[in-house]
Write a protein that binds this ligand. Structure first.
Ligand SMILES: Nc1ccn([C@@H]2O[C@H](COP(=O)(O)OP(=O)(O)OP(=O)(O)O)[C@@H](O)[C@H]2O)c(=O)n1
Ligand SMILES: C[C@](O)(CO)[C@H](O)COP(=O)(O)O
Length: 387
């Protein structure tokens, strides 16, 4: 039996997005709660046939890139002045991996389905290259006035990315090509390679102008429904000189006893997220009987719940935590807690509320025997995912 080909992907992301209006380069803007580039890379990095992903970035974007792709398996390299310079650098960066096949994709096309990737890779068994394309549906005319010529649209196609090729063939073609080719098919055809069309996808439309973002956001959020989850947790005070609350270390005359770092706020919040997604509770995912969770920071639990939701195409909109204790005082640490939780959930800080209350010296929290926390999370989730 033949071995499966080694497949790599390049995501070109070194452009400045000058047509997309003010703000950060378009590939780093949020689209339905996640950076555009994260969606483009995740589609490739999670595909079972793809073994290596390289992102070609602008040198000034190193920090924002690292933040956007946290947890994804992707190697950054620096791009060039024109798109084709960036592609060439991506191809060179893959020399060590030596793939048989490579997909070259625009970071500005975030809604990439695994079905399109499969169609492209399948077409490479018979061709040097394969590209997704769609028919032109509007009438086309040349020139400025109605008297100018009509264009026969039946022969025209809108060509998208990813564009897939046999690696050695496209690398050689790029090494010999002009930098102003608008895409990699042009480079391949100029080198005499055979390129097949496969069915494209309207959702793959490139984000080029400001209005394209609203259209893509609508596509991503259509059919999502809001769900609210709630969580509750308690930890008892014990010996120690600090407690962890909502990801922040707070000096205190006692510690909290727990299997992990006993961050009661993050535990309640993790349960709220799992509850919104109806995915069990924190004990199901991190059994207290398992020694590997002993002493671990609770941000692991929270980011696990976050990733389960994001992997289902979900959006975390807002979270709200109430810490219930007489001491320590939460107020002086509230801003740091909001910042920390926002960063863990990749939310704007306005999407995170942290509150505190006492129980008027009543009950176990009133007697300073421990701290309780309750939390809610509101999340948009789909029953139909992009597959
Ligand atoms: N020197 C360049 C130019 C573009 N690209 C990437 O190529 C893709 C398609 O290009 P385009 O939509 O034209 O992006 P920009 O060049 O960023 O946009 P603009 O032309 O509006 O500035 C984008 O993902 C872009 O980041 C690149 O990697 N290197
Ligand atoms: C590569 C491309 O996305 C294929 O459709 C397109 O050619 C990029 O063109 P742009 O002018 O660089 O946006």
């Amino acid at each position: 039996m033949n071995e499966a080909p080694k497949v790599a992907a390049i995501v070109v992301a070194a452009g400045r997005g000058s047509r997309a209006g003010e703000g950060a380069p378009k590939q780093y803007r949020a689209l339905a709660g996640q950076p555009v580039i994260r969606r483009a890379i995740a589609a490739l990095a999670t595909h079972p046939r793809i073994g290596q992903v390289v992102a070609v970035i602008h040198p000034e974007d190193a920090a924002v890139f690292a933040d956007a792709v946290q947890g994804l398996d992707v190697v950054p390299v620096h791009g060039g002045a024109m798109r084709q310079d960036s592609v060439r650098r991506g191809l060179e960066a893959l020399a060590g991996f030596a793939p048989d096949l490579v997909l070259i994709h625009d970071a500005a096309r975030p809604l990439l389905s695994h079905d399109v990737i499969d169609r492209l890779l399948d077409a490479l068994t018979e061709n040097d290259g394969a590209v997704p394309a769609l028919p032109v549906v509007d009438s086309l005319r040349t020139g400025e006035t109605h008297a100018d010529g009509e264009v026969d649209r039946s022969r025209l196609k809108r060509v998208q990315t990813p564009q897939a090729f046999r690696y050695t063939a496209i690398r050689t073609a790029h090494a010999q090509s002009r930098s102003d080719a608008t895409d990699d098919v042009a480079v391949a055809l100029a080198a005499g390679l055979s390129v097949a069309f496969v069915e494209g996808d309207e959702r793959l439309a490139k984000l080029t102008y400001p209005a394209d973002f609203a259209r893509a956001e609508t596509l991503l959020t259509a059919g999502l429904i809001t769900r609210v989850g709630q969580g509750f947790d308690v930890h008892r005070f014990g010996p120690g000189d600090h407690v962890w609350l909502c990801g922040v270390q707070v000096s205190h005359s006692q510690g909290l006893i727990g299997h992990s770092d006993a961050d009661v706020g993050l535990h309640a919040l993790t349960d709220a997220l799992l509850g919104a997604a109806a995915m069990g509770d924190i004990g199901d995912h991190f059994p207290p009987s398992d020694p590997k969770w002993r002493g671990v920071p609770s941000n692991l639990f929270l980011t696990h719940a976050r990733d389960l939701i994001l992997a289902r195409g979900g959006i975390i909109d807002h979270v709200d935590v109430t810490l219930i204790c007489e001491t320590p005082k939460v107020g002086p640490h509230r801003d740091a807690m909001r910042q920390r939780v926002a960063s863990l959930l990749r939310l704007p800080v306005e999407g995170v509320s942290i509150k505190a209350t006492t129980t008027e010296k009543l009950g176990f929290t009133g007697r300073k025997e421990g701290i309780a926390a309750q939390a809610t999370a509101s999340v948009r989730l789909s029953t139909v995912e992009i597959k």
